[in-house]
Design a protein around this ligand. Sequence first.
Ligand code: ATP
Ligand code: MG
Ligand code: MG
Ligand code: MG
Length: 565
Amino acid sequence: MRASQYLITTLKEAPAEAELISHRLMIRAGLIKRLGSGLYTWMPVGLKVLRKVEAVVRDEMAKTAKALELLMPAVQPAELWQESGRWEFYGKELLRLKDRHERDFVIGPTHEEVVTDVVRRDIKSYRQLPVNLYQIQTKFRDEIRPRFGVMRAREFVMKDGYSFHTDFASLEKTYWDYYNAYCNVFTRLGLKFRPVAADTGSIGGTGSHEFQVLADSGEDAIVWCPTSDFAANIELAEAVSPAHARPAAAESMTKVHTPGVKTIAQLADFLKIPVEKTVKAVVVDGVDGKPVLLMVRGDHSLNEIKAEKLPQVKSPLAFSTPESIVEAFGAAPGSLGPVNFPGTVIMDRTVDRMGDFVIGANEDDMHFTGANIGRDIPEPLVADIRNVVEGDQSPDGKGVLEICRGIEVGHIFQLRTKYSEAMQCTYLDADGQSVPMEMGCYGIGISRVVAACIEQNNDDKGIIFPAAMAPFTLAIVPVAADKNPQVAETADSLYQSLLAAGVDVLLDDRAERPGVKFADMELLGIPFRVTVGGKGLEKGIVEFAIRATGEVKELPVGEALALIQ
Ligand code: ATP
Ligand code: MG
Ligand code: MG
Ligand code: MG
């Protein structure tokens, strides 16, 4: 690419509202332009970066996750969301609109409903399963606080994958294929990241991991053990941390009499709300002398949960082993029966993302309604919890816990049959029985990855892109070419040879001062720069600079080409 025919729109200053270094640098380097709150244009040079991330993701989707690409519509009929129950409970993040016939639609924040509809139409037999599909597509979420540029935008690019299976074993296998694919993607992109056990949030289901890029500015807190494999999102850790086991300041929560209600499903039915809006929190006293909080959410009732599944519902942070959970309930593994609920209701901070109507059940026939974090449970309590968890023994007994911050760039879920049951996505098994499919879903925030990468890789001169993500691999900067035809010729022939060798090269042939060009190439984070100047050429050399290390070498013209190959 010749810079004179390209669009490089760098800025000296970033707008005052850009707080994060990645946001400031993306604006200054001209990768993105703001259109409105949480809405950004990817400029040509930024789009090149985004496409490089997509290329690595596509490669790993094919090779490691073994998924097939498709493309689903961004606009989705409301009926599908009504079928899954999320029309009710997704809340204001879901952008709803009407067409000219007054029919309701949404702009997809995610595609579980659409992909489930696709699969239920075509897949009828166990012989056609598993099915594993993904897309790279624009999502819209009407975030309450869009900020940090493309890091938390309203419109953003996501890779979302979905898999469908006859049984849990098949789902688990694909889940771990995705886990490995995600590790490969983030390693290839040169990011420092950590996979962590995660909360299943508003999507629901059981097993889940997030992929967190480590950065002090990250919005998520991770509790992890440096001497073992233990790592969890603190949202999850809080839910089971003994420190959380305090009575809530339940001023505006109401205790309602619910005769005969013993399970979550009955409770939802009694209150005429979708089951996803319910949450059951129980404090069990007496495991290792510490109070233990167990949270069960969504469509699980404690009675239905078998002992071996409990560690998947919540990471056993406060329980040292699955056996200790079984012990706490006085039940044999696999046979956990109806349980009495002693203790106090505690709300999990993450619950408020499910809507503002949450319920905790602590006694037979009595339930709290209308709890809300920030109103019923003051925010400082959350900070307290973080302090208490740091330095605690890791639940695997292999060391002490530490806390660091991260940016969530990927998230994988075992959804199980949540959507397939609600939307009748079934197959016929070998005996001709109709069975709901097991399902998984897998997301990567493609556009957020770019911001997260810059958050980790920058200096006072600008961005330092890892080669896999850089808009150009190498920049050639001719100095005063207008006054020296030999400079222009050498730069041009070097450019042609590099292009022919398949190198993504930018020839900065703009009529700018060398200082301006150097500053732009550094701001843009281009990994290598070759400077061609009259004085050097007299000695037959060019200057070769490495952005990441700041190293500068003088090389014979012919060797410059060999070096980057
Ligand atoms: P967050 O906790 O940051 O709000 P999420 O848990 O709501 O993210 P998921 O539903 O897990 O997001 O979506 C998959 C991925 O999409 C996330 O891991 C993240 O990388 C990306 N993502 C989600 N929301 C945004 C956003 N508003 N802007 C940019 N990327 C996003
Ligand atoms: Mg979110
Ligand atoms: Mg999240
Ligand atoms: Mg997530």
